[in-house]
Design a protein around this ligand. Structure first.
Ligand code: ATP
Ligand code: MG
Length: 283
């Protein structure tokens, strides 16, 4: 039995549950309870506040955890970052009130900077030889300059909307983060095996994100052009149709190039195009 800690509520909760469910692991019970048993895998889920997840994993209370890289770095706990998960993307940035005449990092010397990430910021300032006063604030960091508590802030930015609302501009992107699967440094042999199995499932889900499965009929005379347009993973699958002069083509393709390729395929005579969602790619 392996235990995984995930955020009980908040930005990472939904996506963490979705990932488990896409991996064929359903979790019974509401996320209000502290723990729940999973079906489809020998797994117990522990619901925690995200700040507590790195510590819980370092202590071995949970063997695994899903949490932002920002929380892992800030907590400075001794855990293994096993796999970035491709969701929960954001960065932690320095921002100053607009019209301050910011001229570069040296501006921060002697300034007061409010943040919930004093650990990451201290490291950054030290590495850059900046002497500033770091003020730890638990919530609503972005209002600190307006109320006179700080000259600048160091906070999470994803779209930048909150900064604009508070009259701030982002001046330095310091730390890039996404959700990551973490594990305790040492796992039992049995749990190491379970982790391997989980990783195979997570990897296949991650790899399939953004990919589509496309089927179409194409005139056999256009086969060569079709294959060079749609190389797929190891070349497309081609099957002769019962109707003379036609083939069916099946291929995996990323949604970024989907419409461009489909237009080109239509130009060389493709018809009856089906686009399907892809759940897993297991290589
Ligand atoms: P908890 O109650 O569990 O302590 P929280 O309020 O500290 O939750 P959330 O706001 O739910 O945390 O964010 C969780 C994580 O989501 C962050 O640590 C970060 O890794 C990621 N994240 C992605 N985008 C954003 C964003 N725009 N603002 C805040 N966090 C974000
Ligand atoms: Mg938190």
């Amino acid at each position: 039995m392996i235990k995984i800690a995930i955020q009980s509520k908040g930005r990472l909760n939904d996506k963490s549950m979705e990932l488990l469910s896409a991996a064929g692991i359903s979790v019974s019970g509401a996320s209000r309870s502290l723990t729940a048993m999973a079906n489809g895998f020998p797994l117990e889920v522990l619901y925690l506040r995200d700040d507590d997840i790195p510590q819980a994993v370092a202590m071995g209370v949970a063997h695994l955890g899903i949490v932002g890289q920002n929380e892992v770095a800030e907590s400075a706990q001794d855990v293994r970052e096993v796999m970035p998960l491709g969701f929960g993307g954001c960065h932690i940035s320095l921002a100053v009130p607009k019209n301050t005449g910011y001229y570069g990092l040296q501006w921060f010397n002697g300034k007061r900077v409010a943040t919930s990430y004093p650990g990451i910021l201290t490291k950054f300032f030290t590495a850059n030889g900046i002497k500033a006063r770091i003020q730890k604030i638990a919530g609503s960091v972005e209002v600190a300059p307006a109320v006179g508590m700080a000259d600048a802030i160091f906070d999470i930015v994803s779209t930048g909307g909150t900064l604009v609302q508070n009259g701030l501009v982002e001046v330095e992107k310091v730390f890039k983060s996404e959700a990551v699967l973490i594990s305790t440094k040492v796992l039992s042999e049995e749990n190491e095996e379970l982790l391997k199995k989980l990783l195979l499932r997570f990897r296949s889900i991650k790899e399939s994100r953004g990919f589509k499965y496309v089927l179409m009929n194409i005139p056999s005379v256009a086969l060569e052009a079709a294959v060079s347009l749609m190389p797929g993973m190891k070349g497309p699958t081609l099957i002769p149709l019962a109707r003379e002069g036609w083939h069916a083509l099946q291929v995996v393709i990323h949604e970024n190039e989907l419409w461009d390729k489909i237009e080109k395929m239509k130009e060389i005579g493709a018809e009856d195009i089906l686009v399907l969602d892809l759940e897993n790619i297991i290589r």
